[in-house]
Design a protein around this ligand. Sequence first.
Ligand code: XMP
Length: 510
Amino acid sequence: MQNILILDCGSQFTQLIARRLREIKIHSVILSWDSSPDKIKELNPNGIIISGGPDSVNDPDAVNIHEDIFKFNCPILGICYGMQLISKFFGGEISSGNSKEYGITKININSSSELFKNIPDKINALMSHGDNVSNLPEGFKITAYTESNVTAAIENLNKNLFGLQFHPEVANTEFGMNILKNFAFNICKCSGDWDIKNFVDSTINFIREKVQDEKIICALSGGVDSSVAAALVNMACGKNLYCVFVNHGLMRKNEPEQVVKSYENMGLNIKYVDASELFLKELAGVNDPEKKRHIIGKLFIDVFEAEAVKVNGAKWLLQGTIYPDVIESGMKNKKGAVLIKSHHNVGGLPEKMNLKLIEPLRDLFKDEVRTLGKIINVPNEIIERQPFPGPGLAVRCLGDITEERLNILREADNILTSELKISGLYKNIWQAFCVLLPVRTVGVQGDSRTYNEVIALRAVNSQDAMTAEWSRINFDVLDKVSKRICNEISGVNRVVLDVTSKPPATIEWE
Ligand code: XMP
């Protein structure tokens, strides 16, 4: 299969390069900077991109790629640190710290370069570097430079080598996609024949090869990522996939029943475990948010493990990890350690039970997971589901967690969600939910004084949940929600709106 290989030198943008290539229908594979030439040859890449990275090439411990890679007969594009590696390897000089540039910078382009075909003479591009190429290696020429005369792009056509000091993969580099297209289509001669359907086929083959006839277990919560991962593995391994849905008693109104029904309709081998009594018993009287999370996390593992051991001979644990969950893309640091953050509520389980991990979505972004889910017929009610925290309503029920308070919260949440759906706003909001506050306030209902619970409405827009902006929901919709909550739910006499973005607040209240 045609592909462009990305050698990861530790850039925060490495996955973004892969994603951009997927957007132009090019299959890409990311390997660590220290991959052997033999491993790379096996992939038979049409081109190689060397990513940026945090090191300085002048540091003796800096990451470096194997020199034989430069003897391959395919085009190589170095981005930022990648360009400096190429320059240094061929005898150029790199200065450290003289011409630091961070942010959008004006670039003058020599448009006769194939890399810059049909790109204007001047573009704004994202620079993020402390080092720069101060002396060009022999046989190379400068194809772009900044207004302060820093080398912004180089090439050596005889050797099929190209370098960019700026980042074409980020959205705020003008014509960045065109530059990547020029590299992929004109220079590497790719035809753009890949799409997410290929991802489905190749991932299914990969899973089958890896897992063979062994049994796989997974915990499902109704979330998009784990559901799409399970649907994919179900296509690959069918009944060898054992899914467990643990009802911790902290789900929203009718959610456990609906989610399990969707899974059954998807043909998943699913076991429903109602552990709500156990969770609520352990959470009784616990107010501290971190303690709540800790109790839920531990109980979840206990309950899931008890189910998992019933699946005789299970060898694999499936997780719906996606790229934003992975802090570092498996890149080895200088000491050779692989730094990965495992961010899932069944963390700890693989080692404890001696399970091997499968994470088929770990290279994808959320919207790609949704697209993939649609292709493999995961129902819309799951694909369009807003993110919901693992500890569920526990982190939205501030103060005591009791069945009565949870029911108040469920009813309020149901009213908010239905009104947002009726008004058409729901699908444009990243997350909208209610929070039950740990205070009571005085109200007047039916000529009597009340001293009741308060509901806060929280709605945010976000791209990746790292930052979020509070959603400006129409006042008439808010008014309707507030009236319905106070009229229909006994025990609530006040509704307030959270108008804080993230930062300084977080999306959830606990
Ligand atoms: P915060 O509150 O940190 O949340 O701004 C960011 C996103 O993560 C979700 N969230 C969680 N998801 N387990 C999860 O699976 C958790 O413990 C958890 N806490 C927060 C939150 O809903 C938001 O989408």
